[in-house]
Design a protein around this ligand. Structure first.
Ligand code: GDP
Ligand code: MG
Length: 447
C-alpha cells in the first residue's frame, strides 16, 4: 500500500515536472495536488448528500418546510437517489406552461422566503403528479397565514405570469415596442384574454407617453395597479348578515367543483357562527347527493336530499321550507351541471329560482357561478352562457392551485363585470378563500 502510494506520488511528481514544476519541489507539489483532489471529492460527497435530503422537500413555492412538520409527515419515506425530488416538480417554478396538474395537495410549506434551489426545479414527470386519491389522504395542514396560503395556491400562475414578466423585464434596459409585444404575448398565454390584455397594454402605453424615460420596472408596477383596480372595480360586499334564511344557489357545468365548494362554504360559514343547511339539487346521479352528504358530515350541517332522478325544483322547495322551519341562516343549494331529461339546463335552473322565490322573498339572494380555472378561456365562454340565462351575482374560481392560467380570474371579472367571491386553492375543506382583489394581486406580484 505504502509502496503504491510512493509510486503514485513519484509518478505525479514526474508529471508535474513535465508541466514546469522545479525538480526539487516535485514531491511537495504532488502531495499538494493529492490533497486538493481529496478535498474536492469530499465536497462532492457533501453536495450529493445534501441533494438527497433536499430532494424530498417540496419546492412548490420555493419556500422551506418548517422543521417541525418534516418529521411526522414523511416518516422514513426513503426515495432512491434517482427519484428524489420528484414530489415537487409539477409545482416547481418553470417558465413553460405546465401540464394540468390538478390536486397537487402535497403537504406544502409555509413562509420562510427562501428561494428555490435551482437543482430542485426539474421538469415535471408524469409520475410526479399526485392523484386525487393521494391528495385526499394528505395529512391536514398546519395553519399558515392566509396570505401565504394564497401565495402557495397561486405558485403556478405566479411562475407562468409574473415569473415570465420578470424574466422579460430583467433582460431589458428600456421599454420599447418589442418589449410591449412580448409582454402582450405573455399576458395572452396566461389567459388574461384579449380584451383585458389590450386594456393593460393601453395603460402601460399611456404611462410611457407621460414619462418617456420610464424603466422596465414601471411596467410591473402599472400591471399590478391595473389588475388590482380592475378587480376592485367589480368587487361588491358579500352580505351574510341579512335576516331570514339567505339562499345561495350554486351553478356551473359538471366537474367544475360546485359540490366541493358548497362543502367548503358550509364549513367556512359554520365557523363564523351561521346555521347552514344544504340542499342536494343535483339529482342527476345518486352519487352527487352522496358526495354532498359527505361534505355535510365534514362541516357538521344538515342536508335535504331526494332520490336520484327527482325534480330539482322539488328539492329546492323542500330545502327552502326546511330552512325556514329550522331557522337556518343560510341555505346552500347544489345544482346539476347536466340533466336526465331533455329539459334545457338553463330552463331547469330558472324553474328552481322561481320555486325558491315563492318560498323565501328575494331568494336566491346570491347565485354563485363556479368556474374551473384550469379550463382557461373555456371558463369565460361558460360564464357568458350562465350569465345570460340566470342572474349570476358572483363567481367562484376553483382549482387555481392546479394551473398556471390564474390570469383568467382577472379576465373573467373584467369581461363580465362580475365580482369574484371565492377562489379554490386545493381540495381540502380549508382551501377556499374569500376573494380580496388587492391580496390576490399582491400574492402574485410580491417578490
Ligand atoms: N385542486 C383542486 N381541486 C378541486 C378544487 N375544487 C374542486 N376540486 C376537485 O374537482 C373535482 C370535481 O369537484 P365537484 O365538487 O364534484 O364538481 P361538481 O361536479 O361541479 O360538483 C373533485 O375531484 C374536487 O376535489 C380546488 O380548488 N382545487
Ligand atoms: Mg356536484
Amino acid at each position: 500500500m505504502n509502496e503504491q502510494m510512493t509510486q503514485l506520488v513519484q509518478q505525479l511528481g514526474d508529471w508535474l515536472v513535465g508541466l514546469g514544476v522545479p525538480e526539487t519541489q516535485k514531491t511537495a507539489a504532488a502531495f499538494g495536488l493529492l490533497f486538493l483532489l481529496a478535498t474536492f471529492l469530499v465536497l462532492i460527497l457533501i453536495l450529493v448528500l445534501f441533494r438527497l435530503r433536499g430532494g424530498r422537500k417540496p419546492a412548490a413555492t420555493g419556500e422551506e418546510e418548517p422543521e417541525e412538520r418534516r418529521e411526522p409527515e414523511r416518516p422514513a419515506k426513503e426515495v432512491p437517489a434517482e427519484t428524489a425530488g420528484e414530489e415537487a416538480p409539477a409545482e416547481a417554478v418553470a417558465e413553460v406552461p405546465e401540464p394540468r396538474a390538478v390536486a397537487a395537495e402535497e403537504p406544502l410549506v409555509t413562509d420562510t422566503g427562501v428561494e428555490p434551489v435551482a437543482e430542485e426545479a426539474e421538469p415535471a414527470g408524469e409520475e410526479a403528479e399526485p392523484t386525487a386519491d393521494q391528495a385526499a389522504e394528505a395529512p391536514p395542514e398546519e395553519p399558515a397565514s392566509l396570505f401565504q396560503r394564497m401565495r402557495r395556491g397561486l405558485a403556478k400562475t405566479q411562475a407562468g405570469l409574473v415569473g415570465r414578466i420578470d424574466t422579460l423585464l430583467g433582460g431589458r434596459g428600456k421599454v420599447d415596442a418589442e418589449l410591449i409585444e412580448e409582454l402582450e404575448e405573455i399576458l395572452i398565454t396566461a389567459d388574461l384574454g384579449m380584451q383585458t390584455t389590450q386594456a393593460l397594454i393601453a395603460a402601460i402605453e399611456q404611462r410611457m407617453a407621460r414619462d418617456a424615460a420610464a424603466d422596465p420596472q414601471m411596467v410591473r408596477q402599472v400591471l399590478q395597479q391595473e389588475m388590482s383596480r380592475r378587480l376592485a372595480e367589480v368587487d361588491t360586499p358579500f352580505d351574510l348578515d341579512r335576516p331570514g334564511p339567505m339562499v345561495v344557489m350554486v351553478v356551473g357545468v359538471n366537474g367544475v367543483g360546485k359540490t366541493t365548494t358548497i362543502g367548503k362554504l358550509a364549513h367556512l360559514w359554520t365557523a363564523q357562527g351561521k346555521k347552514v343547511l344544504l340542499g342536494a339539487g343535483d339529482t342527476f346521479r345518486a352519487a352527487a347527493a352522496d358526495q354532498l352528504e359527505v361534505w355535510a358530515g365534514r362541516a357538521g350541517v344538515d342536508i335535504v336530499r331526494h332520490a336520484e332522478g327527482a325534480d330539482p325544483a322539488a328539492v329546492a322547495f323542500d330545502a327552502a321550507k326546511a330552512a325556514v322551519a329550522r331557522g337556518a341562516d343560510i341555505l346552500l343549494l347544489d345544482t346539476a351541471g347536466r340533466l336526465h331529461t331533455k329539459v334545457n339546463l338553463m330552463e331547469e335552473l330558472k324553474k328552481v329560482r322561481r320555486v325558491l322565490a315563492r318560498e323565501i322573498p328575494e331568494a336566491p339572494h346570491e347565485t354563485l357561478l363556479v368556474l374551473d380555472a384550469t379550463t382557461g378561456q373555456n371558463a369565460l365562454v361558460q360564464a357568458r352562457l350562465f350569465k345570460e340565462a340566470v342572474e349570476v351575482t358572483g363567481l367562484v374560481l376553483t382549482k387555481l392551485d392546479g394551473t398556471a392560467r390564474g390570469g383568467i380570474v382577472v379576465a373573467i371579472a373584467n369581461d363580465l363585470q362580475l365580482p369574484v367571491r371565492f377562489v379554490g386553492i386545493g381540495e381540502g375543506i380549508e382551501d377556499l378563500r374569500p376573494f380580496e382583489p388587492e391580496m390576490f394581486v399582491r400574492a402574485l406580484f410580491e417578490k
